[in-house]
Design a protein around this ligand. Structure first.
Ligand code: SF4
Length: 516
């Protein structure tokens, strides 16, 4: 069983899919050389790789469909290149595919060159994050050939035996750079389609009436659900990483888009079981559903779980039908509210005020606390850190790591909230832009700003985000509660020497070190 609860069969199928995608990318790179490009193929590679990211697709049938499609594309590209395929054709029974997958996964063969092996997988995990961003951006009309080309180059690289450790170090940092471009495209897609997020108060209570809960990260799916469910007596709530979507002007214009329900992905089984309406997982991170709510749950895009209805073509009529059948909330319930909407535009609009408060000594330090959350108890470090941070610090947060402290009232500094929610993990670009703008305003390097980054690590998009921060030369990043298992001591030493990456200690120790 993997870190996310995937069974060995699905894990082996995903390993095979990644391997077949590597082969497909080798061919695609050859077609690029003769000027043949295929946007559909680019999108397919991104979507299929996205489906192998932790907590995205647990459905063996869906993974087999991606493998078959990969095979079809291989045949098509071989024809275009006028070459005999050198790739063995697969016998497509699930058992056989699982057997093939076991031969090509991360632990498939004895590792003779541990550092090379570690870098190949660091690159692969980083690319999965890039593919997720590129896929989301594409759906909102934003794309860049350079991003798709690099996904191919990086995926194919481990099949090239002539590449050295140094070559892979270069590719890993390039992956970080390309990921910034992918995140920029997604940021443009989100903000040009839905407007720039503005500070918005979101209720954590509920309204009497039928209900739909939308989780994941896909704004286009959310918009479609809002459109299709309006004037039907249904309220739409967000879950998990959808919380920041309340701040987008074009989404919050829907009067039945009410509030937020629940916290991070790993609390789904508890939280979804009590939700009296239909639930849609638009992207990661899905958890094994319990019998209580499997029939109320729907998936879209690259997400899947056996036994859960998968929706296609943005048709949410089954979701609406289910919401109308279920009881919904029987009475209004008031609760706390939370403030969201501090994306780059909102923060930079008050940059003068923020800068003046820093100059006057009212704001001593910024601490970015964010990342992909997981289940380990030691992750209480993050809430401790935020709660114990001195009153003259501002906490910037993003991604689902925030649910450990998102409803805490940390107060304000001269009208500036001490807790600023930048958005989803998909909004990491906003955090980078805010840091760069502050560095420009103070005329210093980002590393000389009164800013510390404390990341919560989980094998998700956090890999790509970390590589992006490193590619920008950002140093002194704290990571916890544990580092990825596939990074060898030598590779870690490179990161420590070059970037002073450090593991988290205790909240008190780190705060002492951060705020000297
Ligand atoms: S922040 Fe990361 S772990 Fe959390 S829901 Fe998003 S992708 Fe999953």
């Amino acid at each position: 069983m993997g870190v996310c609860g995937k069974n060995p069969q699905v894990a082996a199928l995903q390993d095979l899919l990644v391997y077949k995608l590597r082969e497909l990318c080798q061919l695609a790179l050859q077609t690029h050389k003769i000027g043949l490009k295929d946007e559909k193929l680019d999108l397919f590679i991104s979507e299929a790789l996205f489906a192998t990211l932790t907590n995205v697709n647990f459905n063996p049938d869906a993974i087999v469909t991606y493998i078959k499609k990969t095979n079809e594309y291989q045949t098509q590209l071989c024809k275009q290149l006028n070459i005999q395929t050198t790739y063995p054709s697969l016998e497509l029974s699930i058992d056989n595919l699982v057997m093939e997958g076991k031969k090509v996964g991360i632990n498939a063969s004895p590792v003779t060159e541990a550092d090379l092996h570690s870098l190949k997988w660091l690159l692969t995990y980083g690319l999965k994050g890039v593919a997720a961003y590129a896929y989301h951006a594409y759906l909102l009309g934003k794309k860049d050939e350079a991003v798709f080309s690099f996904i191919c180059q990086g995926l194919a690289a481990p099949l090239n035996p002539s590449l050295s450790v140094n070559d892979f170090i270069g590719l890993v940092f390039k992956c970080g750079e390309i990921n910034i471009r992918a995140m920029e495209l997604l940021d443009a897609g989100n903000t040009e389609t839905y407007g720039h997020p503005t500070p918005t108060t979101v209720p954590l209570g509920v309204r009497q009436g039928k209900a739909i809960l939308v989780s994941g990260h896909d704004l286009a799916d959310l918009e479609e659900i809002l459109k299709q469910s309006q004037d039907k007596g249904i309220y739409v709530y967000t879950h998990g990483e959808m919380l920041p979507t309340h701040a987008y002007p074009k989404l919050k214009a829907y009067s039945h888009f009410y509030g937020h329900y629940g916290t991070a992905w790993f609390n789904q089984q508890k939280e979804f079981a009590h939700f009296p309406g239909a639930i849609v997982m638009t992207t990661n991170c899905i958890q094994r559903p319990t019998d209580i709510y499997t029939n109320n749950l729907f998936t879209t895009g690259p997400v899947g779980y056996p036994g859960v209805t998968h929706l296609k073509n943005k048709d949410f009529s089954l979701v609406i039908k289910k919401a109308l059948e279920l009881p919904g909330f029987l009475a209004d319930k008031e609760d706390k509210t939370v403030l969201v909407g501090f994306g780059r535009n909102a923060v930079l609009n008050v940059a003068d005020k923020v800068i003046q408060n820093v100059k006057d000594g009212h704001i001593k330090h910024f601490i970015l606390v964010g990342g992909c959350d997981g289940t380990k108890n030691s992750r209480s470090y993050y809430s401790d850190l935020v709660e114990k941070a001195p009153k003259n610090t501002v906490i910037l947060t993003l991604a689902c790591g925030k649910f450990r402290f998102f409803d805490k009232n940390l107060g304000t500094i001269n009208g500036i909230p001490r807790l600023l929610d930048i958005g989803q993990c998909n909004d990491a670009y906003s955090a980078v832009k805010i840091a760069q703008a502050l560095a420009n305003a103070f005329n210093v390097d980002i590393n000389d700003l009164p800013l510390s980054m404390v990341l919560s690590w989980y094998e998700q998009k956090a890999v790509a985000i970390l590589l992006s921060l490193l590619s920008l030369g950002i140093k002194n990043i704290r990571i916890g509660p544990s580092l990825p298992a596939f990074i060898t001591p030598n590779i870690l030493n490179i990161l420590v020497d070059k970037f002073n990456i450090m593991p988290i200690k205790t909240a008190e120790q780190d705060l002492n070190d951060i705020i000297k």
